[in-house]
Each structure stands twice: as C-alpha cells, then as structure tokens.
Design a protein around this ligand. Structure first.
Ligand code: ZN
Length: 451
C-alpha cells in the first residue's frame, strides 16, 4: 500500500496504536555515521593545552588563556565554513559584562557562533541552537591563572559542537542551525544569557536549544562504567512568581508535563535512540540537576524550549577542582578521565535530533481542543503549516501517567481531526506536522478552544 492510501486509511478510521516510523532518513544516518571520536579527542586535547580558559584569564597570548582559545575556535569553524562552500557563517558575538559577584572588573565576553542558514525559505527563520561552554575554572571561581583544563566541563561539550558543525555544515537542512561555543558560563551564564536575550529582543524564532555540558565521562565515582546512557534535563512548569495565562490554561487541562521543553525532550529521546543504537536517553523532569543551572536556563527564561544533556554519573573530584594529588587521589578536570567514544555517542544523539528537527516542518500553530459539545470523541483543530512540502499532520496521544507518546493517527492536509472513541478526559493529546519524506515535528499541546 502506498503512503497516500495509508494516510487516507488512518484519517478515515481511528488507529489506536503507535504510528509506524518512517524509514530512517539517509541524510541523518550519514551525519551520525561520520561523527568521529578521534576529532573530538583532538579538539579536547587542544582546548586543554590553552592551560586555562577562565573567563577572566589573559587574552593576548597566542598559547594560553581564553583569548587564544576563542581565536582557535573561530579558526576551526572557519575551516568547516570553507568545506561548506562558505555557507557556514562564523561570527564573534562579543560584549562587555558589567562587574558582578564573579567578575570584579568589567570583562569582554565572546561567544564563538557558527550559523548554517536553512535552505527552505519558509523554514529559514526557524532556528535550532546547540551549545557548549569553552570557559573553565578551578576550585576558586575567581582564580584566572591556575591550570584549569576543563576537559569534561566543558571541552567535551564544545568538542561535540565543533564536530557537529564540521559534519552537518556539509549538508543542507530546511531550518537554520546555530553551533555555539559560549563563554562566562562559570561566572554566571554570561554568554548564553547575552545571546538568548538578544534573540528574544529581536523576536528570533528559536524553536529548540540543546546545551551539552559535562558529557565527557562514562566513569562513575564508585568506579563503574556507564557508556550507554545520557541524562536529558527538561523543565515542566517554570517556577515563576505568577502563572502566565498560557500556563494557567495548560494547568487547567492537566498539561503540566507538556511544556515545549518536554515535547522537545520526547523528540530527542525518540530520535536519538532511533539513530544511535545502544544509547538510552534518560529523561529527567527537572530544569537541571538539583538547584544547579546551565546555558539552557537563560533560553528557557527568554521563552525558548531548551534542554540540557549531561553524563549519567558526575565525579566531583574532576569538576571545578584545582589539579592536585591528595592521598594518592588525582583531582582536576583532566583529559585522562574523558571517554572520547562516549562523547561521540552523545554528539550523535545531538546531531540526529538537530538534523531531524531541521528537516521537519515547524510544530503546527494554533492547536486547539474543541470543547463546545460534551462527547467521548476528541476533536482538535489547528492552522495549516506554510512549508510547501507538508504532507499532513499526526495527532498523538498517551495516558496521563505515561511519559512518552503511545498512540498516533495520521491525517492528510487537513486542519481539523477527530479521534473517535478516545476521550480527552482520559488522555493527553498533541499535534505534529509531517512532510513528504516522513520528517515529523515535535508535538504541541492544545489549548482549549473558545468556540
Ligand atoms: Zn559546565
């Protein structure tokens, strides 16, 4: 049966089972395959050789300090740009951070940013960001001179971002990808806050952001190895003093687990595990580790869906520590504690997810649940997507206690759909857009319709 006949059948009846996944996209599979642990290792060792990359460290030396590090990052992105035929655009996003708790003097902070514009005019303004932070620190957050190798925190994340930029910029994607190495994370998320606030001010459509921070080690502090899991932190309801109206509506209908960040997290788990065999993405329903934060936080504060990837077991002897030996124990964030093959696996999960997002249509707009009549069927409507290659939509649902989508029904190019004999009283619903090649957007949670 052809795809069209299949879509029609699904639209005409209610299929209460998980939708068949389309065949893996060859472009995404190719990118995943090309990501190299060797390149990641080389980048990490290079970053460590700058001695310290502390945000307040020296900037004029060609071999030591954060200035030399960012110039090297720029030259790396530039070399990928050449291979992309100049499509990858490299910029230094610099600004002066006024004095604060962790920077007694004003300091110039520079994000090294490589942007790969989308190829589809209708999708080009839709942006997906992937980041790591290239600054590092030791025990004293103000110590800008001691060796701060930061091999895991966060040369691992930066090396993954570089490798994704290298591989993905050779290919063409519908939406825009932004590969970012930010600074000032350890002093107070300076770089990511600056970029996210600028994006909000300019009304940029940041449809998803992933920060990779501490993705370097598969070795737990008790000595056991776990190289098959990665933690994905995703916020639900933001802890604001007052509940915004959109959230009030969502909470009234039991949608507390369906923030845009959680939908993005579901998408990354499904996509990452599909393309990277042997890896499991552990969803964690929390913005970050307990009371801690990272570069996705300012994106969330600016209203963008953003999540954090981190290794399964942090070893705090190798994080924010002076490099030293104590009672025969090595402290410090050294490359010998990194697992480069593991970092490559996490980079592959990122690349598969970003590729799938950037090939898929946008999430449908104006998704509403019809509520005028009391019925045990469920009817949703939405606005038509504007991309020319949209083939239809998918209505997804799951039990209210289920973390992941369990069922789906495919519609054609319609903007209203009824799932018969499945009641919105008992299930959570979402709607996704699907293109002709089977690329599917993340889902979006419906608001109750006024009509
Ligand atoms: Zn970090």
């Amino acid at each position: 049966m052809g795809n069209h006949a299949f879509a029609f059948l699904l639209a005409a009846t209610t299929i209460a089972s998980a939708s068949p996944l389309p065949a893996p996209n060859p472009q995404i599979a190719g990118v995943v395959k090309e990501i190299s642990a060797k390149n990641i290792e080389a980048s990490i060792r290079k970053l460590v050789r700058f001695g310290t990359r502390h945000t307040l460290s020296e900037t004029t030396s060609e071999t030591r300090g954060i200035g030399a590090a960012r110039r090297w990052l720029e030259s790396e992105f530039q070399s990928y740009s050449k291979d992309s035929g100049g499509r990858l655009q490299v910029t230094m996003d610099e600004f002066t951070q006024p004095p604060g708790e962790r920077n007694p003097q004003p300091v110039k902070v520079v994000n090294v940013v490589a942007t790969l514009p989308g190829e589809q005019p209708e999708s080009r303004d839709r942006i997906y960001v992937v980041s790591g932070h290239y600054d590092s620190r030791v025990s004293d957050p103000l110590n800008a001179t001691a060796d701060a190798p930061g091999a895991n925190d966060d040369a691992s994340g930066v090396a993954a971002v570089l490798e994704m930029a290298r591989v993905m910029s050779k290919q063409k994607w519908d939406a825009t990808l932004v590969f970012m190495a930010v600074a000032g994370e350890e002093q107070g998320l300076f770089g990511s806050t600056h970029w996210a606030n600028n994006a909000k001010e300019k009304n940029w459509n940041v449809a998803g952001m992933i920060t990779n921070d501490i993705i370097g080690s598969s070795l737990a502090d008790d000595g056991h190895v776990d190289n098959t899991h990665v933690r994905l932190f995703a916020e639900g309801v933001p802890a604001l003093k007052e509940i915004p109206e959109e959230w009030r509506q969502q909470l009234q209908t039991g949608g507390e687990n369906d923030s845009a960040a959680r939908e993005l997290a579901r998408f990354i788990k499904a996509t990452g595990e599909r393309y990277v065999s042997g890896m499991t993405v552990n969803l964690i329903y929390r913005k970050d580790r307990y009371l801690r934060g990272g570069d996705h936080s300012p994106f969330l504060a600016a209203g963008f869906p953003a999540v954090r990837l981190t290794e399964p077991n942090e070893d705090f002897r190798h994080q924010h520590q002076d490099v030293r030996q104590e009672n025969g124990i090595q402290f410090g964030d050294l490359p010998e504690f990194d697992d480069f093959a593991y970092i490559a696996q996490v980079a592959r999960i990122n690349a598969a997810s970003l590729g799938a997002l950037a090939l898929a249509p946008a999430v449908p707009a104006g998704v509403e649940m019809e509520t005028k009549e009391l019925t045990n069927d469920t009817t949703l409507h939405w606005e038509a997507n504007r991309e020319p290659d949209v083939a239809g939509y998918e209505v997804l649902w799951r039990e209210t206690t289920s973390p992941l989508w369990q069922h789906a029904a495919r519609s054609g190019k319609v903007t209203r759909f009824t799932v018969q004999k499945v009641s919105k009283d008992n299930f959570l619903f979402g709607v996704a857009a699907v293109d002709r090649d089977g690329n599917r957007s993340p889902a979006v949670y419906p608001v109750p319709s006024a009509k």
